[in-house]
Ligand binder design. Structure first.
Ligand code: URA
Length: 209
């Protein structure tokens, strides 16, 4: 599918299978999410631009590569996005963080915004928006609309699982935003859950059900 990268690294797929299992504990789920998010972060940042810098090793002065441009922004869609955030920050500790609160109205499945906090200057930074589940796409579409209103132009979206319905909605709304996911699952059920999925990601990582 154009604009969608499925990250099929064996370690990602193995960890995802354990996360899907209903008997995986809250602690286990959270630990795996942190581990898998590091691997996903590695893939979503694979093509970042480098620039050369002069440094001195204990032996010699050399030109060595460093990341070019302004610090990245990781934008977490609350609350489940925070589960992906920690592993990503392990890998890129200097990244800036945005938090976006949108919840799904269970009747209409529409996204309602209740919180938005992002760094001031998002216009010349790469923003990686994270949410483990791309289900209907409503919350990610709304979150990215808010970021674009603040001037964000260079955006990528990272999730763990995506439903075909959500991918279609998302790409219709934001064709300029590449999507990275560990799996495209079968479909959404009437309650808006991804099937086979892994259940409610927020509940599984925080033990709220
Ligand atoms: N959000 C979740 O946490 N799980 C789903 O299956 C769909 C949306």
């Amino acid at each position: 599918m154009d604009g969608v990268t499925v990250i099929n690294h064996p370690l990602v797929q193995h960890k995802l299978t354990i996360m899907r299992k209903k008997e995986t504990s809250t602690a286990g789920f959270r630990r795996l999410l942190r581990e898998i998010s590091t691997l996903l972060c590695y893939e979503v940042t694979r093509d970042l631009e480098l620039t050369m810098e002069t440094i001195e090793t204990p032996l010699k002065e050399i030109q060595a590569p460093v990341l070019e441009g302004k610090k990245l922004v990781f934008a977490s869609i609350l609350r489940a996005g925070n589960g992906l955030l920690e592993g990503m920050l392990d890998l890129v500790p200097s990244a800036r963080v945005a938090h976006i609160g949108v919840y799904r109205d269970h009747e209409t499945l529409e996204a309602i915004e209740y919180y938005f906090k992002a760094p001031e200057d998002v216009s010349n930074r790469l923003i990686i928006v994270v949410d483990p589940m791309l289900a209907t796409g409503n919350s990610s579409i709304a979150s990215i609309e808010k970021l674009k209103e603040r001037g964000a132009r260079n955006i990528r979206f990272l999730c763990l699982l995506a439903a075909p319905e959500g991918l279609r909605n998302f790409q219709a709304a934001h064709p300029d935003v590449p999507i990275y996911t560990a799996s495209i699952d079968s479909h959404l059920n009437e309650q808006g859950y991804i099937v086979p999925g892994l259940g409610d990601a927020g509940d599984r990582m925080y033990g709220t059900k």
